[in-house]
Ligand binder design. Structure first.
Ligand SMILES: [Zn+2]
Length: 365
């Protein structure tokens, strides 16, 4: 297949891809309930002449090609539960939902891919599966797809998933990394059940806020004192809730967090510290409190990188636009307490961010 022809065909549908992306951007949905988005994808694929199946609720799978090696290409479709703050004409119309992680672009890109594959269908020497997956942010979607029987129904030889990136990458570049690229992701909730009382008599109750704050600080010690600074690791608490009024100690306090690792050993260690040691120490000290919720989702990395991709990507993108960058991830900001290093990193990221905003502006105008 001629790389130049593919590139030309891709440019021919550029406007359509942009249009699709802007449409999806206006109607963001979250989690596994992507009724509108899935319906849109379905309609577009049917228009192109694809046969499709719903591999899980709101998860669409399309197939093309002939028997042979099978490649899966996946796009996630879900948005984030947040308000979109800007004045774009294609701004989110759904309250408190926004495509701020870029999955709208992934859907539009895979629909574009579907169109190109149809155009070159006769030249395919194997099967390509196109997977439009829900629930990436909640980490439930991949599991739902697997439970829907993806691997039972198909023998898949390789899979590709991409994510757009704004830090360090120019529009039109394709970046890769050998080995692990994405970290594993474990989520946890900790809820302390104490005993509420009037704020004037704290000795009469058991203050769950006090306990939770101690646990919160203990978690920071795992990050700073127990994990090597050379090992990428992030643990963050994203919400912390307790009480309603100033002078009443509440019954419960709750926080929710997430941690990311590259190494399975480290991941097991952190789980052990969260589930075992921390819990034990707080159980022993304060009898009535307990951690009511704990759950985690596994997202295990596999080292897999087919060398053939290099060959094809270089041919289509050109040597300069296909590279493995020094990935600067937020992990390194969390790992250091060196103020100067933090400021330097912040300056680099702010700079890239501002450049990106400028580029985005010129693109939109
Ligand atoms: Zn994302």
């Amino acid at each position: 297949m001629d790389a130049k022809l593919i590139k030309k065909a891709a440019y021919e549908i550029e406007n359509e891809i942009i249009e699709n992306r802007r449409y999806i951007h206006q109607y963001p949905e979250i989690g596994l309930e992507l009724l509108h988005t899935a319906a849109f994808v379905k309609e577009k694929l049917l228009e192109m002449g694809y046969e499709i199946e719903e591999i899980c609720k709101c998860g669409i799978l399309a197939r093309i090609g002939k028997p042979g090696k099978t490649l899966l290409i996946r796009a996630d479709m879900d948005a984030l539960p947040m308000e979109e703050i800007n004045d774009l004409e294609f701004k989110s119309k759904n309250k408190c939902m926004a495509h701020t992680c870029g999955h709208d672009t992934h859907v539009a890109m895979l629909l574009g891919t579907a169109k190109l594959l149809k155009k070159f269908e006769n030249e395919l020497e194997g099967t390509v599966l196109l997977l439009f997956q829900p629930g990436e942010e909640t980490l439930e979607g991949a599991k739902a797809v697997v439970e829907g029987g993806l691997f039972k129904k198909y023998k898949i030889d390789a899979a590709i998933a991409t994510h757009i990136e704004v830090v360090d990458v120019k529009t039109g570049d394709l970046i890769y990394k050998r080995g692990e690229l994405y970290a594993s992701s474990d989520n946890f909730n900790i809820e302390i059940v104490g005993k509420g009382c009037h704020g004037a008599y704290p000795n009469e109750g058991i203050d769950p806020i006090n306990v939770l704050v101690h646990i919160y600080l203990a978690l920071q010690s795992i990050i700073s004192r127990e994990v090597s600074a050379l090992e990428p690791f992030v643990l963050s608490i994203g919400n912390f809730h307790a009480g309603t009024v100033r002078n009443v100690i509440p019954d419960t306090a709750r926080m929710e967090g997430t941690f990311r690792t590259y190494s399975n050993d480290l991941r097991e260690f952190v789980k052990f510290r969260l589930k075992g040691d921390l819990r034990k120490s707080f159980f022993n000290d304060i009898r009535k409190e307990f951690i009511r919720h704990y759950y985690d989702y596994d997202n295990i990395n596999r080292n897999f990188y087919p060398g053939d991709i290099d060959k094809y990507a270089k041919r289509i993108f050109g040597e300069e636009r296909y590279y493995s960058p020094e990935l600067k991830r937020e992990a390194y900001l969390y790992l250091t307490f060196d103020e100067k290093y933090y400021q330097d990193m912040k300056a680099v990221i702010d700079d890239v961010y501002n450049t990106w905003l400028k580029e985005l502006d010129s693109y939109i105008n």
